[in-house]
Design a protein around this ligand. Sequence first.
Ligand code: 5AD
Ligand code: SF4
Length: 475
Amino acid sequence: MNTPLPEHLQGSATLLEPINQTPKRKLYLESYGCQMNFSDSEIVASILQQNGFETTREILEADVVFLNTCAIRDNAEQRVRNRLQELKSIKRRRPGMVVGVLGCMAERLKSKLLEEEQLVDIVAGPDAYRDLPQLIKTVEGGQKAVNVLLSREETYADVAPVRLDSNGISAFISIMRGCDNMCAFCVVPFTRGRERSRNPESIVAEAQDLFEQGYREVTLLGQNVNSYLWTGGGLKKDNPTEDELKNATTFAQLLAKVAEVNPLLRIRYSTSHPKDMGNDVLETMAKYPNICKYIHLPVQSGSSTVLERMNRGYNRAWYLERIAAIRHYIPDCGISTDVIAGFCGENAEDHEATLSLMEASGFDFAYMFKYSERPKTLAERKFADDVAEEEKTARLNEIIALQNKLSQKSNEQDVGKTMEVLVEGPSKRSPEQHVGRNTQNKVVVFPKGETQRGQYVRVKIDACTSATLMGHLID
Ligand code: 5AD
Ligand code: SF4
């Protein structure tokens, strides 16, 4: 599952000079939800760029406005609904403006969205982005346009993403799409379709190209990257032949290939599934210094009964054993997780089990959510959403308080250490400070001195909060 990010706007990118003098039309893109959506928006921008568009940060000058949406929890959808309300007044001022809803919410609601949100002209699911220029033409011809077909093959492998809002240092590379897992709470298998992996050569070429452009960190993205398997394309579960399996590329092998692009290129990946997190990946991580020592391993719950009901394919003991394996192969590994509070049937004892698992795992960071029932999912069909809202809130608050304590403790252990940091740019607080990350993905702030974006520097940590390490440069 993808790590969720707070949604924010993706703005303009530097695009190629126009070849002819036809004025380019303007595309305004807003992305919500996970990193995969942000990465998909870069594919959308690329497809439209090839069709005479350039991106803009100014919604008021846009010819086309796309919201790339998330459906993972109800509140993610509500945010998009509210944004659509705001767009109404803008559309009144610019009646020719085309409004499209893309991504998971588009896929979930399909043409219902056109009925419910009158100002929407285009509804396009995650596998329909090549069709967007055609959909825009349909709208310009006076009709509404919908394409929510899910594909068995689409990976957009040949589309070179236009990097939006980039710091020029770190970039996402999408390595697979869809998910076959059917976790009981999760809408993703319905919105992003079946799991398929992308050709490894195209992934390595993208990493190489980014490195040559000056990028120094790539994050390989997929809903469940450990399950990556390239056997020549198509669905993962299409039963590859023996020959195909012999020549297959696993996730561990892909990691090694990307790590070999250049020792100065850092590699990260997200998201892992505990049931598929094998020792081969941990061995590869330990072997290559440029593969970051950081794993996001969503646990969801610490109770085996709840995990079973969630259809996660592992239990508490399995998860704790995987944590022990990580610590064995990579003793200094940063580990983060996702936790859901108040899933169907969760009782006080189950909740205590989540707290004790968090404590035992010593997570450095966590994304924490209240369970939100999603239509069509296994949980919606089979179980009652029976934990009261106030109880969900109380449990979530306990989980957050514990994680704050664990993050603080983890950061305090770094005070006094000297670590390598990849400089990302000025910190938000002060232009005199630079911000970057260490291999464990912790944010490090330090007086910038002569350092440049994209440089690896050594920083000695003097102080911390639960979210940030503060230090000074060491020669
Ligand atoms: N309710 C709450 N959280 C959810 N997640 C996925 N589906 C739901 C849901 N229905 C969380 C999981 C996942 C993360 C991206 O979002 O923790 O790992
Ligand atoms: Fe992640 Fe499970 Fe959802 Fe797949 S079904 S995206 S593994 S939470």
